[in-house]
Design a protein around this ligand. Structure first.
Ligand code: GLU
Length: 327
């Protein structure tokens, strides 16, 4: 999948669309991507498409192609990529070696659920939210060896030593944020037992090497931004990106939109003959772009979008929304 890389030191801001091919895109994912895309097209940011395919067993065959097809069907495009992650682990290895050379990583034997949590992005109410348990640093001081086995499949994962203290940043939507990562999460995993870079590390390495300056994503990853900013600092990467964390779409039960709420996959609506403009129109009504649901193209969405109009509370996918899509 690899094509040309983004030019580093490009004067233009760059953002990324970063689907995980662990399942088909549902309406909530589509809304976040459409907001990201509209902000980019309005403000002249370039767009990297990055397929986050490091999530081992959770990656589903065909999901990457499916995500690209759905984004394009809805009217989104991108300037670079699609890139993937698994094809070449060299950049992640180099970052781990840099941390190792500074004495900032150490090996640790972990439980299965902790490994699972490290592989994927820690989304709010995911079952595998073990990464949210604070790690008490029990393996700190373990012999880190010569660093030749940082990405080797074996009995140990690698954790990064996180200093004490708060990381503060301004989120363009969520406002001022401060997290004490050491107190809340502890030394987190940067490489898994499976010999793969963990989500937190992979995102930082990729955002840096792909020249990403603007990160727009769901607000279930707000606290991850603090972990990622620590990695920027420990790796001495500049510039740090600007963050915009978007409230999520919930099901009628108030939980993050997921399979339990029925089949809200965009591709299912497409296969049932629902027009892309209708899906975009629903998303527009969820984003303050339209007062009520009406069909529109992605370009019309981008023309009408403004972060100020975006609801600051989560959106609820209702039975009326479903009826409007499929009527
Ligand atoms: N691929 C991640 C996800 O689907 C996105 C991570 C990010 O935007 O940093 O959750």
């Amino acid at each position: 999948m690899q094509t040309k890389m983004t030019p580093m030191n490009d004067a233009r801001p760059i953002t990324r669309l970063a689907p995980s091919p662990t399942g088909a895109l549902h309406l909530g994912n589509a809304r976040t991507f459409l907001i990201n895309w509209a902000m980019a097209r309005q403000q002249g940011w370039e767009i990297v498409l990055r397929m986050e395919d490091l999530d081992g067993p959770r990656v589903k065959p065909g999901a990457a192609e499916g995500a690209l097809a759905v984004l394009a069907w809805l009217g989104m495009d991108w300037d670079y990529g699609p890139y993937d992650q698994l094809a070449d682990l060299t950049p992640y290895r180099a970052a781990l070696e840099a941390l190792h050379a500074k004495g900032l990583v150490y090996p640790c034997t972990l439980t299965r659920s902790e490994i699972a949590a490290a592989r994927s992005a820690p989304h709010g109410d995911d079952e595998a939210s073990g990464s949210e348990l604070r790690y008490p640093g029990v393996s700190r001081g373990a012999d880190a060896g010569d660093g030749s086995d940082l990405l080797e499949e074996d009995e140990q994962a690698w954790r990064v030593t996180i200093p004490e203290g708060r990381v503060a940043f301004e989120d363009a939507l969520a406002g001022p944020q401060a997290f004490d990562v050491q107190a809340e999460v502890g030394d987190f995993i940067v490489a898994t037992k499976a010999g793969l870079p963990a989500y937190q590390l992979a995102v930082v390495v990729d955002d840096h090497r792909q020249g990403v300056t603007e990160v727009v994503r769901g607000d279930d990853l707000l606290s991850s931004a603090a972990r990622q900013l620590w990695l920027y600092r420990l790796l001495e990467y500049r510039p740090e990106p600007t963050y915009t964390h978007v409230p999520l779409v919930l099901g009628p039960d108030g939980r993050r939109l997921a399979k339990r709420h029925g089949d809200t996959r965009v591709d299912t609506y497409r296969q049932r003959g629902v027009r892309a403009e209708r899906v975009v129109g629903l998303l527009a009504s969820w984003c303050g772009v339209a007062d009520k649901r009406r069909e529109m193209t992605a370009a019309e969405f981008a023309a009408g979008f403004g972060p100020d109009r975006l609801p600051r509370e989560p959106t609820v996918f209702t039975a009326e929304d479903e009826a409007w899509l499929t009527q």
